[in-house]
Structures are given as C-alpha cells and as structure tokens.
Write a protein that binds this ligand. Structure first.
Ligand SMILES: [Zn+2]
Ligand SMILES: [Zn+2]
Length: 318
C-alpha cells in the first residue's frame, strides 16, 4: 500500500481530482469498474460484456489489482477458477458510479449502456437522486461550492506525458462524440480537468492551457469535444475565445465532486489534501446522493440492481 501511495503523491501538489484520475483516468478502467459494480467477476465475463481485447483487459485488471481496487480470489474452496473481487477502496467509489448511472439516465444515447437499473430499497423506486451535502442536506451544485488550494498549483511532468496519449482515450469511447458514454468521459483526464476548472469560472483558451499545463492544441481539441457533447459553450469576446459550462454539464458535477472526495480519502498517502472544497453552509463538502422519492440517503447497502424493465417508461425520469 505504502509503495503505491508514495507513487501517487510523489509529484508536487496537484488537485484531488488529478490524483484520483491517475488511477481511474482511463476509459477502459472505468468501464471495467462499472461492470464489476454491476456484479461481474470473471475475466471471460468482462471480455464478453465490454468486447475488449484480451490483452487490454488483462493489463487493466492487473492495474486495478496493483492499485488495490480489485483482488484475485478463488471462486470457492473447491473451485480453482479465479475471479476479480472489488476492494473497499473500489466500493468507496459508489457515488461516482451512481453519478455515471444518473448521467446516462438523463442523457440516453443510442448505445444501450444501461441494461440494468438501480432501485432504492427503502422506497422501492428506481434511482432518481440529487447529490446533497451531508451537513445541511442542500444540493451540492457548482454554484454552491468554493475550492481553495492549500498549496500553489504545480504540475508533475509525468502528467503531461500521460495526457498526450489521447489515442487511448478515444479508442474506448466507441469513436465519435455521439456515442461517448460518461464512463469514458471520466476516463479522459483532460476533459475532466477542463470541466472542473470551468465550473469555477469561465475562461479563455490561453488561460485554460496555462492553468492546466496543456499544449494549446490539446486544450483546443478537448474543448471542441466538450462543445460537441453540449457541455461547454464557446463565445468570442474581442479577439479571445471564452469557454463556459452549459446547464447540461451540471449533471456531471457530482461525479467530479465524488471522485475528488474519493481522491482525498485514498490517494493522499496521509498528506493533507491539495485543496479544500467548501459548501455554501460553511462546511467541507461531504456529499451523498439523496433519493428524490423518499428523501433517504443512497448507499450500497440500500440499493439493488435489476435488469431494466419496460422499455416504454425509459424516458420517464427527468
Ligand atoms: Zn452544506
Ligand atoms: Zn428512496
């Protein structure tokens, strides 16, 4: 554990989001985790569900085991077959997984990425929830959170290398913005960081590239991708292009918050978090999803997953 933690905090202070995305920031990794949350445990099962090359799957599973998100165990004492089980660290990502699910519910695409639905056991209703502050119970929105860096922002040169590799990023996105699923958007580190930055305030291209230590063309490419996804809007102000988030992106905010929070819990190696996020009530942001139907908190213990029912009502939630 120490070894891995030391590795993840070896660089200078960055954001909580970036620390977390060093582990999660890969589209396949997120898709594998999504299937694992949905109950898949077998190598062959992942392969079939994700249609992922064996070699790629094997590398990603090894990565997840190395990061202590998964471990290999025997299916049963009498069975030598191995399966991949999730660790507490992975289960602690539950809010991020609900965010992804809710994102897909709100933004259905032609690709059927949600063959299952999540049901809140307490009220028996299909999951529909808002991300709320555990102190004041008000919703956590981009407008109600302020972010303060506890260290000046610095960048680790390794990050820049990692982020140059956008071929891998688009590979799992099924190609093309239309089919882009939230899980693979999460896997695009740069897109996440741009959104996270723009949620705080609109910025122009140069400031985004500088602020995130990106090459201009990388920044421009990702902004274009976010624009095509309807998450970001581009406006020209004088000779500068200014970017801001569109309302559709707000649904993405709980995902960034829950991943940052997870990063603080698991990726700091005992160090203080690189930033603090404060809710409008004055307390540090600790969010949870709160059921729209019964008002109860959503957690792994009080939800279950079932195959999707009745196509007719698929658009019913909004
Ligand atoms: Zn609050
Ligand atoms: Zn409920």
């Amino acid at each position: 554990m120490n070894q891995i933690n030391r590795d993840t905090v070896a660089g200078p202070p960055t954001t909580s989001l970036r620390r977390a995305l060093r582990i999660l920031g890969d589209p396949w990794t997120m898709l594998i985790l999504k299937e694992a949350f949905n109950g898949e445990r077998r190598f062959s099962g992942f392969q079939k569900k994700l249609n992922i090359p064996k070699q790629t799957l094997s590398l990603r599973l090894t990565h997840l085991c190395h990061e202590q998100m998964m471990y290999r165990r025997q299916v049963s004492p009498t069975h030598t077959t191995l399966e991949y089980a999730l660790t507490a660290k992975a289960f602690d990502l539950q809010d991020a997984m609900y965010s992804i699910w809710l994102w897909h519910e709100a933004n259905p695409s032609d690709v059927s990425v949600l063959p299952f639905e999540i049901v809140h056991r307490s009220c028996g209703q299909r999951l529909s929830a808002r991300y709320c502050c555990m102190h004041c119970r008000d919703e956590i929105t981009s407008g109600s959170v302020s972010v303060e860096h506890t260290h000046p922002l610095q960048f680790d040169p390794r990050d820049r290398l990692a982020r140059r590799n956008d071929a891998a990023v688009t590979a799992a996105g099924d190609g093309g913005a239309d089919n882009m699923v939230a899980a693979s958007l999460v896997g695009d580190i740069v897109c996440n960081e741009i959104l996270y930055m723009l949620f705080r305030s609109p910025s122009h291209l140069g400031a985004i590239a500088d602020g995130l230590d990106l090459g201009m063309s990388v920044a421009r490419g990702r902004l274009e991708k976010l624009r095509l996804l309807g998450l970001v809007e581009e406006r020209s102000e004088g000779r500068k292009l200014t970017y801001s988030v569109l309302p559709k992106a707000e649904k993405f905010y709980p995902l960034l918050m829950s991943i940052s929070d997870w990063g603080d819990r698991w990726c700091n190696g005992g160090q203080p978090p690189p930033e603090v996020r404060v809710h409008s009530c004055g307390e540090l942001v600790h969010g949870r999803f709160c059921c729209d139907h019964c008002g109860g908190w959503i957690s792994r213990e009080n939800v279950y997953v079932r195959p999707r029912q009745g196509d007719g009502e698929e658009e019913g939630i909004s």
